[in-house]
Ligand binder design. Sequence first.
Ligand code: SF4
Length: 354
Amino acid sequence: MSAQPRGAPGPDVAALLVAWFKQVARDLPWRRTADPYRIWVSEVMLQQTQVATVIPYFEKFVARFPMVEALAEASEPDVLAHWSGLGYYSRARMLHRAAKVIAHQHGGKLPGTAAALRELPGFGPYTAGAVASIAFGEQTPLVDGNVVRVLSRLFAVEGDPSTKPVQEKLWKLAGGLVPAREPGSFNQSLMELGALVCTPRNPTCLLCPVRVACAAQKAGQVARFPFPKAKKPRKALAWTCAVVFEEGKVLLGRRPQKGLFGGLWELPSAEGDAAKLSASLGPGFTLGAAIGKVSRTLTHRDLTLSLVHATRTRPMAQLGGYLEYLWVTPKEAGALGMSTAMSACLELAFPMKA
Ligand code: SF4
């Protein structure tokens, strides 16, 4: 017997999962609230980021911005500073933009359906489904990485799950399972099953509440699902970064909004070698000795940052290519919105001070 859509004969997958979820659900800060704003913040933070990493960021973020209005009124650098280290900074910028729309056009209240949420900046189908079902009890599905894995195994779904037809199939299957009663608990139970039991390697099928309904398990082919995604080639990215240090302060620039690390602070940098950096800084700077390198793995890129000393040879009014610039002590730099790669650069340049 394999999993059946809602109303079809067979095991009631939704009821089994919800009952199991109520027994095993982890006690997480965003599960202790019914506040749609906090549920939304948690869902955005949890995209691409592990639960354990998110918890302290979530607590700090909602303490600083306890309501939509507080987030809407904050400056972008303040929002990014509270996101600093979580990565995928476009999420924070979108969250901020959507908060402004909610504060100004919806009286500070999040719309209560997935369709209305989708109209807001940054609300993709997953976030809209999660907020609508968990915060507002709408009978609407969601599909994230954990749900892809669980449904692929439960229904023995063949094909690359990152392709459009397979994605559509998975959303349809999720939509067929989500119950009218407690849709939010059901959606969370699917994700929890993927996180705790139906794990990528060595799922603990013996402990699985829907084992009786699982097509992959029944066929003895759990390891076959989900099908592997086609690998995107990784790109090597090399930057050179200038450490300009005067009277105890280091020069930082804030990147334009668009592109990698948009809106974040960094040492003045250029893609390419020292000659490229020199050209981008202009004639007011002289580059000196190399300091060292920092390497970071991003989603589709391997980033290497080479640090060099630089000195200023004339007064500056602007820092070319940046929205604004600042002179701060290495310690003060830690409070600015900055990528983890750039924080590592500052630690390398100022080991005792950053
Ligand atoms: Fe996943 Fe195993 Fe449960 Fe199937 S039986 S859903 S493979 S944990």
